[in-house]
Design a binder for this molecule. Structure first.
Ligand SMILES: C[S@@+](CC[C@H](N)C(=O)[O-])C[C@H]1O[C@@H](n2cnc3c(N)ncnc32)[C@H](O)[C@@H]1O
Length: 249
């Protein structure tokens, strides 16, 4: 990966965009969750709990919360946010033009939100202090580690003071996650990253309250309340299929 050109990821996801299914073509993944929304739903439920436990000040009503999905891909996470009742204003950005074009085609939740292309120099097309929440879901294992620092600095630039960064990733400590990723076509160049590496780099970038929790202990197709409760009682346990690192600016 080391000698790849800066925009290797762009070319890579441009070629996956048309039939992109987030790895759902993998039969083992389909045993655990019948739709991509079922996997995303676990992450969005965590986000809602996180914002409930540590709410924004009253001066920021829910409908004014501005959220950016960095590496939004074909926009499924933004659609699930919408369907699960997120009241705020959402936007997405991605390095792949074809993924954004596909996101616009697939959008089914009313007016298409602003979905912007990351600039050639890696800058997000937004002024400083723009967003209250930045969500990053399954993006960093597609990025060369040498670029993490500059991307974290850029995420910090566009986050408002007091804004939250939530970064979801596959957990390399979980053997099943590693096995599925190793057999998923779009992940053939993926390099999984441990939560500790992300934590350390976010702290170095000047983020505060950097914390990790773990998700995906049960197959997302089991959508019973009891399973949801059990799942949230295990968020401390480093064995989940995915993890989420949260931080504040
Ligand atoms: C596996 S997809 C995840 C899409 C979406 N976040 C989701 O969870 O469904 C990874 C996405 O990250 C994007 N990506 C890769 N490198 C990126 C970078 N440096 N900046 C922004 N997006 C990037 C890819 O183009 C692709 O759309």
């Amino acid at each position: 990966m080391k000698n790849e050109p800066a925009h290797r990821e762009k070319a890579e996801f441009d070629s996956y965009a048309a039939g992109y299914s987030a790895g759902m073509e993998n039969p083992v993944k389909r045993i655990f969750g019948n739709t991509i929304e079922s996997f995303i739903g676990i992450r969005i439920r965590w986000l809602f709990e996180y914002l409930k436990k540590d709410p924004f000040p009253r001066e920021l009503p829910p409908e004014n919360i501005r959220l950016l999905d960095f590496g939004c891909g074909t926009g499924e996470s933004l659609q699930v946010l919408h369907k699960m009742g997120f009241a705020g204003r959402v936007e997405g950005c991605d390095i792949s033009e074809c993924m954004i074009t596909e996101a616009v085609k697939r959008w089914q939740c009313g007016p298409v939100p602003s979905l912007h292309l990351i600039k050639e120099d890696g800058k997000i097309n937004s002024p400083d202090d723009s967003y209250d929440v930045i969500m990053v879901s399954c993006v960093f294992h597609h990025i060369d580690r040498s670029k993490y620092g500059e991307i974290f600095a850029e995420l910090k630039r566009v986050l408002k003071p007091g804004g939250r960064l939530v970064l979801f990733e596959h957990n390399p400590i979980n053997p099943l996650t590693k096995w599925i990723v190793s057999r998923t076509y779009v992940d053939r160049n993926a390099v999984l990253v441990k939560a500790g590496v992300i934590e350390k780099m976010l702290s170095m970038a000047g983020f505060e309250n950097v914390r990790t929790q773990y998700l995906l202990f049960f197959p997302p197709r089991l959508r019973w309340k009891l399973i949801e409760k059990l799942e949230s009682s295990l968020w401390w346990l480093p064995l989940g299929g995915q993890y989420v690192v949260s931080a504040k600016k």
